[in-house]
Design a protein around this ligand. Structure first.
Ligand SMILES: [Mn+2]
Length: 280
């Protein structure tokens, strides 16, 4: 029997109809599925998306995105709903607690066959091994008995620079921010969170995290989403998959194979009435 190669899928953000359409493509029949996070928010059906994801069982494996962690924090009562949030349906659902428990057990990084999945990025100082170890420090907090109070402490933009000697909440905040929010950093790895535009418009002295010279985690291909203004990027060392489905773009899937054999499958957004290219 042929082993099916997994497909990695970009940011869903509550676009359940687009997920249905993508999973209906013949190339994706019976293949393992890997999701780069931001399953919920901004789109019209966050609840339906989470229920579908959970029902995929072991066929689908994910990493957490910033919107997924925001949902957990709102549910825990430590963050307020934003004006543009569309996660209220989950908060009021009869199966809310099962969905939240399922969500908070999803890791922030996964390694599989030479691919490293994260939602946003990997700091230039981090190896693949260190990235997985650091992710597990946050996973422990989210899976722990006090997650509802502790999750408050992993929000915030500071500190912007990683040091191995960081301790406590500062340490966890840098880990969460790199893995779930990073787009641009300096050559020293200082992170920037205010600008979400394309690489060509990078703020002075900042560059995309994956273009920092001497980046350590190059023995795996990093697979990520989070950056719709970057869009689809297929390089030997990085696969970026956020093609702005929730901004009336596409939902994209790429087979996790050697570069020359990678297959791309895309569906146009199936959701009605979404703002076009209102990128964030
Ligand atoms: Mn994101």
């Amino acid at each position: 029997m042929m082993l099916n190669i997994p497909y990695a899928i970009g940011d869903l953000q509550g676009c359940a109809l687009s997920l249905d359409a993508l999973l209906g493509c013949p190339e994706l029949a019976d293949v393992p599925l890997r999701f780069v996070g931001d399953l919920v928010n901004r789109g019209p059906d966050s609840l339906g998306t989470l229920r579908r994801m959970r029902s995929l069982g072991n066929r689908a494996k994910c990493v957490l995105g910033n919107h997924d962690i925001h949902l957990l924090a709102v549910a825990a009562g430590v963050r307020k709903l934003g004006r543009r949030d569309t996660i209220q349906d989950i908060l009021g659902a009869p199966d809310r607690e099962e969905l939240l428990d399922w969500l908070r057990h999803i890791p922030l990084a996964r390694e599989e066959n030479g691919f490293l999945l994260v939602h946003a990025g990997v700091l230039p100082q981090w190896s693949v091994e260190q990235t997985l170890d650091l992710a597990s420090e946050v996973e422990k907090l989210l899976r722990g008995p006090n997650w509802r109070t502790r999750i408050r402490d992993i929000f915030g933009n500071e500190p912007v620079r990683w040091k191995d000697s960081l301790k406590g909440d500062d340490r966890l905040r840098v880990i969460v921010n790199a893995l779930t929010r990073l787009r641009f950093c300096t050559e020293m790895g200082d992170m920037e969170f205010s600008f979400s535009g394309p690489p060509a418009d990078a703020p002075v002295n900042y560059l995309p995290w994956f273009d920092v010279p001497g980046r350590q985690a190059t023995d795996a291909t990093v697979v990520c989403g989070h950056w719709s203004a970057l869009g689809l990027m297929l390089r030997p060392d990085v696969i970026a998959l956020d093609t702005g489905c929730v901004w009336a773009g596409q939902l994209s899937a790429v087979s996790l194979d050697v570069p020359k054999n990678r297959k791309l499958v895309q569906v146009n957004c199936k959701e009605e009435g979404l703002p076009i290219e209102a990128k964030e």
